[in-house]
Design a protein around this ligand. Structure first.
Ligand code: ZN
Length: 491
């Protein structure tokens, strides 16, 4: 870090101001303006045609599905969708952009004025504004490494040319690197729920650029910002912002001026590098795309999109807390993906005690999965198995100790719970006289605890239940045992 010399007192005089630009590839079957497959991982230059190669005379035709996805995403982040938006040409030359311009949107984007709420460190919620969401197409890829002559040549893969993107631009409302990560986490979660993108950062389907500046606390104007590009994980975004904030403070403290420029994050070295001084917007010579008419999102199209909008993560968490009585932290885990939340709810609705299902899923099964470092999808215990286990526990047909043993068998043998339970159905002692005999023995052996109980310390009953359960090797019927212990101690 460059800022080893900066004391916390100096750093605390400054306030960072961060805005994020997030590019998201849409999961359409075909590209934005042609019929080529929109697919990651194909052999280079196989998903191309005259339109996405920018050959003379080829004309773009807008993919309606891309508009539907952009509209869904816009609604999910509380944007106002514009009825009439305009595609524009963003002109620049780059080898992986054979047309010489990118079709984008400029002063009339499809959606504006949204927001998402993010949790803050002190348990509050902060609203981060979203300036705009616009549609555009992706460029191809320059391949600089991996070939025998990579030292002297660059190869081009144009498969990505014309892939539909949305760009989501936040207001400069973010004040810390942690807040930036929270914003991105929430945004990604919402987009995954709408299913408009797979948001896979390694494959580049979600990419983030950060605008960052610093100013003295209380200063009325923003400082000069730098744009940090090429950051492909949330961890790196946090590191890049931390680095950049300290770098800028150091420049100012040394009496210099922060330059407006684009900087690249180098993860291996943990620092940003100046790439080029920032082009001004007019350098792109934006003008309306003459080959595409204005995009009209009719009220009917919009209301259809609204109907397709799923319940979003925040609302779903609130409902699950109210409906099933699960803790906030558990609700967070249960809603981590829409698919997981769907499976939990489908199972929990049929269970006697949904909260018990959540508990077994997250703790008993979740703990074992974590210990083995495997994913939920690879769990030997199905949701139906968890529901059966929760019901048996709830009905007092097995003790929690027996349940743990059965789950152990499931994980050892890779078998689901119902099969293991049928085979190893634990013996239960439901004969009251047998249980009473065991209770009598424990009572006789522990006169001090009996005295405590009779003096009013009712919680001691748990001690006797535990002792008898141990004596019965976990086989005493728990409900019956509880009842008989209370009866004996009162008597
Ligand atoms: Zn094409």
């Amino acid at each position: 870090m460059p800022a080893a010399a900066l004391s916390p007192e100096i750093v605390s005089k400054y306030e960072p101001v961060i805005g994020l630009e997030v590019h998201v590839q849409l999961l359409t079957a075909t590209k934005a303006f042609c019929g080529c497959a929109n697919r990651f991982g194909s052999a280079p230059n196989t998903n191309v045609c005259p339109v996405c190669l920018g050959l003379p005379g080829a004309l773009p035709v807008l993919n309606e599905r891309a508009v539907e996805f952009a509209t869904l995403a816009a609604l999910a982040i509380n944007c106002e969708v514009r009825e009439r938006s305009i595609f524009a040409r963003k002109n620049y030359f780059y080898p992986d952009l054979p047309k010489g311009y990118q079709i984008s949107q400029y002063d009339k984007p499809i959606a504006e004025h949204g927001w998402i709420d993010v949790p803050t460190a002190d348990g509050e919620t902060k609203r981060i504004g979203i300036t705009r969401l616009h549609m555009e197409e992706d460029a191809g890829k320059s391949l600089h490494d991996g070939f025998s002559d990579s030292a002297t040549r660059t190869y081009l893969d144009l498969n990505r040319c014309g892939t539909p993107l949305i760009e989501i631009v936040s207001e400069p409302d973010i004040r810390t690197p942690m807040e930036a990560v929270e914003y991105l986490t929430r945004l990604k979660e919402i987009l995954l729920y709408t299913a408009v993108s797979d948001c896979n950062m390694e494959e580049g389907s979600l990419r983030c650029d950060a605008n960052v500046s610093v100013r003295l606390k209380g200063a009325p104007k923003f400082g000069t910002k730098a744009e940090v590009k090429n950051v492909n994980s949330f961890r790196f975004i946090r590191q890049a912002l931390e680095y950049e904030i300290e770098r800028q403070i150091e420049v100012i403290e040394a009496g210099g001026r922060v330059m407006q420029e684009t900087r690249l994050w180098n993860a291996a070295e943990g620092r940003t590098y100046s790439m080029r001084s920032k082009e001004q917007a007019h350098d792109y010579r934006y003008f309306p795309e003459p080959d595409l008419p204005p995009l009209i999102v009719s009220p009917e199209f919009l209301s259809t999109a609204r109907e397709k909008l799923p319940e979003l993560p925040e609302a779903r968490r609130a409902r699950m807390i109210a409906e099933y009585g699960v803790a906030a932290k558990d609700a967070q885990t249960l809603t981590a993906s829409r698919e997981f939340a769907d499976r939990f709810e489908a199972a929990a609705r049929g269970a006697r005690n949904p909260r018990g299902v959540a508990n077994l899923l997250l703790n008993e099964v979740g703990g074992r999965l974590k210990a083995l470092d495997i994913e939920q999808e690879q769990s030997p215990v199905s949701m139906a198995g968890i529901v059966l286990a929760a019901d048996l526990l709830d009905e007092g047909k097995i003790s929690s100790k027996q349940l743990k043993q059965l789950f152990d068998v499931c994980f050892e043998k890779g078998e689901d719970f119902p099969a293991v339970y049928e085979r190893e159905k634990p013996e239960q002692i439901t004969d009251s006289s047998a249980i009473e005999a065991m209770i009598d023995e424990v009572i006789a052996a522990n006169p001090k605890q009996v005295e405590q109980y009779r003096a009013g310390k009712k919680t001691v009953a748990g001690f006797f239940v535990g002792q008898v359960m141990r004596a019965s090797k976990g086989q005493a019927n728990p409900a019956l045992l509880n009842e008989l212990v209370a009866k004996k101690l009162e008597g």
